[in-house]
Ligand binder design. Structure first.
Ligand code: SF4
Length: 720
């Protein structure tokens, strides 16, 4: 099919947060026939993983929504309808519910999958017109703990490092992050750096993940005990004088409290809690602290925990006391999950107001209200419910109506039996999704068919704060519409509440974001970006001010058909906090002592196994897209459960036999895969499949981020 390509179109992958630049190939007839990595893009340098390589198969995949649908009651047959009728009916129902039960009785839950201009526009509609405070994204299931931890330590969200740090670090510690399967191209960048220049790779994970198999040191810690391990490492560092005292004195606050707390975490004692030997704790502490530059990365193994926010704070503590923030190869880098989770953090208003502004600050409320031309009192003075609190509020009847945008809680939320009951309690549910057959749509009253990825235009921000562009390559499928169009149409029906101007095109929304990003001392500055500049540079990292853009243009010429900027090699990668000045009131980073509290659902006599969940490389999230793509599905067609052969032998179980896994929430039938990747008391099940592991998970919540603990649950096995 490559031979048949007549034209290549530039775009960005719409799956994970790596942010690979993709070109999609169109044939003579204008049909998309293939995808390839863009060789000139700094992120992926021509590479793609299996999902990106097959992404062009999405456009006419089975189950795509073709027209708006409505019905009086969930589970009855849908009736096709027109967009006008579906939008009018939805707006009327939202108003009816709000008039009857109050503005906050209607909730909106969005995603990390939309384009940034769509997040911004939805936020403007929800915060500025619909006026509910119960608005969140499914990002609460994914990276809310990273956001919360960054804010607590540094005074602001925003990962301070970049992929270029791999090329300059002298020691890398990965916590609960399985890059080869979760972020294959970030892994490839790491591997390339390791091949050029050897440095120790330390992987902390209860499971022998693919990344752990490539590590120099693997620390298979007891689930949920990362705080103990890091406290104990800091104990060694501070006791042996390995810290960067000059950095601590100049740029942090709270060292005395931190020192007092970690004094209790002698490796001799800590080893019995975290399961890592005293000698090994000392070895990794010394390796990390003595490296000229050391970096930490993490993903869901830290975030999806009852103390996810504390885990992030503690990783930040480790990097602050060793002077590893804001320098080449020295950083604390959260590897985000979804392709545009960063875009929603920056611009969606899910957790506050656009541009990292918060509802709790009067100045922020006033800035945004003035910019949108509405009364500041329309905004609530503090954030409402998160996604994980919205479903219990549906259960109790506090929330009566819900609009779900590109998210599938009937597979993704923990404790599915409870979520199912909550969904039945809704008076009105709108599902907006690319696919009509998404599981959650069984419960809806209205379905909005959405356009997919390159059928629309806008930006993504990836893990390293790089804003990249997706161009509109194809018209939307059948009568589906870009999410941007759907939000704009809905906004027309709420002009009676607040008459707000909504730009007609995504580029107009980007222009508003650009203007809102200018502010004294803010890290999130995109004022120097434009669609042409982003495309010419194959992605630009923020902060990127207008002054910087002008300096770059003076150096290499204006944006045009050729590349505007020299490729953003390492020296061109901006980092945050390079001057040691943080976004806290004092300008110093907070060292926050974190005491370990064992509040997980731990294995016991009745439920003797730790149950863990995670990803496989072929699938993304709840398989709404990858479950439809030939090879992704062929390589990974069914759920399975990893189990240690010794544990299986004790129960008389064989490889590929089927068993019932039971937790206090429910049960699921899965096929056993015998492997030493998991220890004797551990089970692992991929989370992508419907009616599977999330029937079992408990999902206790982190008190700061409200993110659920997907990875620490107790379960037992029953033979069938
Ligand atoms: Fe897409 Fe992520 Fe794969 Fe890159 S690594 S091609 S962004 S799924």
């Amino acid at each position: 099919p490559v031979k048949a390509v007549k034209e290549w179109k530039y775009t960005t992958c719409n799956y994970c947060s790596t942010g690979c630049a993709i070109e999609i190939g169109l044939n003579e007839a204008g049909k998309i026939v293939t995808s390839r990595g863009h060789a000139g893009a700094d992120v992926n340098r021509g590479k793609l993983c299996i999902k990106g390589l097959l992404e062009h198969e999405l456009f006419d995949s089975p189950g795509r929504g073709t027209m708006p649908l409505m019905r009086d009651k969930a589970h009855l047959p849908f009736q096709p309808t027109s967009w006008d009728k579906a939008l009018d009916h939805t707006a009327a129902k939202i108003k009816e519910i709000q008039d009857k039960y109050g503005r906050d009785s209607f909730a909106v839950v969005s995603t990390g999958q939309l384009l940034t201009e769509e997040f911004y526009t939805l936020g403007k509609l929800v915060r500025g017109q619909i006026g509910t405070n119960n608005y969140d994204g499914n990002t609460t299931l994914c990276m809310a703990s990273a956001v919360s931890g960054y804010k607590r330590s540094f005074g602001s969200d925003g990962p301070p490092g970049c992929y270029g740090d791999f090329e300059h670090t002298h020691c890398l510690m990965a916590f609960g992050s399985n890059l080869p399967e979760q972020h294959p191209i970030i892994y490839w960048r790491l591997k390339e750096a390791l091949e050029k220049r050897k440095f120790p790779l330390i992987v902390v994970d209860p499971r022998v993940t693919m990344l752990a198999q490539f590590a120099d040191i693997h620390l298979p810690l007891t689930p949920g005990t990362d705080c103990v391990l890091i406290n104990s490492m800091m104990h060694v560092i501070l006791k042996e004088g390995l810290q960067d005292q000059a950095y601590i004195d100049a740029h942090t606050q709270g060292i005395d409290e931190l020192r007092a707390l970690v004094a209790d975490y002698d490796p001799k004692t800590a080893q019995h809690v975290c399961g890592i030997s005293e000698d090994m704790i000392r070895t990794v502490a010394r390796l990390y602290a003595s490296a000229p530059a050391a970096m930490s990365i993490w993903t869901m193994g830290i975030n999806q925990s009852t103390h996810g926010s504390d885990g992030v704070v503690n990783i930040n503590n480790l990097n602050l006391i060793t002077g590893n923030i804001g320098k080449p190869g020295g950083t604390s880098l959260s590897i985000t999950g979804q392709c545009n989770a960063m875009g929603t953090r920056e611009w969606s208003s899910c957790s506050g107001l656009p541009g990292y502004r918060v509802l709790e600050k009067e100045k922020d409320r006033k800035t945004v209200a003035d910019f949108w031309g509405i009364d500041e009192s329309f905004f609530p003075p503090k954030r409402g419910l998160t996604q994980t609190d919205i479903f219990p509020a549906i259960e109790t009847g506090q929330i009566k109506g819900l609009w779900l945008v590109a998210t599938n809680p009937m597979t993704s939320m923990p404790n599915q039996p409870r979520i199912r009951k909550a969904m039945e309690n809704l008076e009105f549910l709108v599902v907006q999704d690319v696919y009509e057959d998404v599981e959650t749509n069984q419960y809806s009253h209205v379905y909005f068919p959405a356009a997919v990825w390159a059928e629309k235009e806008g930006c993504h921000t990836n893990t390293e704060r790089r804003v990249n562009l997706t161009r509109n390559v194809l018209p939307a499928y059948a009568d589906s519409k870009p999410d941007f169009w759907i939000f704009n149409e809905m906004a027309k029906r709420f002009q009676d509440r607040n008459a707000i101007h909504f730009p007609e095109k995504p580029e107009g929304a980007f222009e508003e974001m650009r203007k809102l990003s200018v502010g004294t001392g803010r890290t999130l500055d995109i004022s120097g970006m434009s669609y042409d500049r982003i495309e010419a540079a194959r992605g630009i990292q923020w902060p990127y001010s207008e002054a910087q853009a002008q300096a770059d243009e003076a150096r290499v010429g204006p944006a045009g058909a050729t590349q505007m900027l020299e490729r953003q090699d390492f020296l061109g990668n901006p980092r945050l906090y390079t001057d040691g000045h943080f976004q806290t009131d004092s300008g110093r980073a907070n060292l926050i002592p974190v005491r370990f509290v064992n509040n997980n659902e731990c294995p016991d006599a009745e439920y003797p196994f730790w149950l863990n969940s995670g990803r496989v490389v072929e699938h993304f999230h709840t398989r709404t897209r990858t479950g439809k793509i030939g090879n992704c599905n062929k390589y990974s067609p069914t759920p399975y459960m990893e189990m240690n052969p010794d544990a299986a032998a004790e129960l008389g179980l064989e490889h590929q036999s089927y068993v019932r896994v039971v937790s206090r929430r429910g049960d699921a039938v899965v096929m056993v895969q015998l492997t030493h990747r998991v220890g004797r008391n551990m089970l692992f099940i991929p989370f992508h499949f419907h009616d599977c592991v999330n029937r079992l998970t408990l999902g206790l919540l982190d008190p700061y981020s409200r993110q659920p603990a997907f990875k620490q649950n107790a379960a037992r096995i029953e033979k069938i």
